[in-house]
Design a binder for this molecule. Structure first.
Ligand SMILES: O=C(CO)[C@H](O)[C@H](O)COP(=O)(O)O
Length: 232
């Protein structure tokens, strides 16, 4: 058997909710692709559908594209689709796209349901232009209405972070994210833990105050990024 005959990993790991709008917005992203683009590829089901649409369009129109994946899952999808990949070590994205869990009226986001928030934020910070692909169910009047805020936390710092967050924030709920299909907690691509927190409210300084706590590697609050919202 040749290497190229080995089937890739093109199955999304969970159920895809709201499939129709996600497929439509995936097409909108694919239309933006130009020959020679290096594209930061977000994670989650919408990003997963979008990279499939991009791969299809690139093949049909003979466009050369290179992807910078933000998770193992999307990296495997790129490999299965025949989309070459690189990393931030080697290249800067011309633009990137991603999904979101919540979008507020000022285009601030909660991300990280899929646990890829750290690499997603790095790619977004590196890209001159970002498209956030969502449907109406993601729009909120203030962050934290529906989703918890994920915190990526160094393993050694778990108890320190939990007690500091509890002391310094009006915490409604806090939970260590547990794995499915493996005993114990979720480990991120960087070997860190995830804590999901619900706060009484998210303020403009919440991100800065959280990231100042030693042991918090990154948070799922994406505030102040100049993103374009693509909505089906
Ligand atoms: O932040 C993410 C992964 O870390 C996703 O982009 C976010 O959870 C949206 O996912 P989906 O497109 O499946 O609704």
């Amino acid at each position: 058997m040749e290497w190229s005959d080995v089937p890739g990993h093109l199955d999304w790991s969970g159920e895809i909710t709201n499939l129709e709008p996600k497929l439509k917005v995936a097409e909108l992203v694919a239309e933006r692709v130009r020959d020679g683009d290096t594209i930061g590829v977000g994670s989650g089901s919408t990003a997963f559908l979008a990279i499939q649409a991009i791969a299809k369009r690139a093949k049909e129109k003979r466009l050369e594209v290179v992807a910078i994946p933000t998770s193992v899952e999307v990296g495997l999808a790129c490999a299965a689709l025949g989309v070459p990949t690189t990393s931030l070590v080697h290249a800067r994205p011309d633009w990137c796209f991603d999904g979101a869990d919540e979008v507020d009226p000022d285009r601030n986001l909660i991300k990280g349901r899929g646990g890829a928030l750290f690499q997603e934020k790095l790619v977004m910070a590196a890209a001159p232009e970002t498209f956030i692909c969502v449907d109406d169910s993601k729009m909120v009047t203030s962050l934290g209405q529906k989703h918890a805020i994920p915190l990526e936390v160094d393993v050694q710092a778990l108890r320190l972070v939990e007690s500091t967050v509890e002391r310094e924030f009006p915490v409604k709920e806090m939970a260590l994210r547990l794995a499915k299909g493996k005993d114990g907690p979720v480990l991120t691509e960087r070997g860190n833990l995830l804590i999901d927190i619900r706060l009484e409210s998210v303020e403009s300084d919440t991100q800065a105050r959280l990231i100042a706590i030693p042991g918090i590697v990154e948070t799922g609050l994406f505030m102040g990024f100049d993103v374009t919202i693509l909505k089906a």
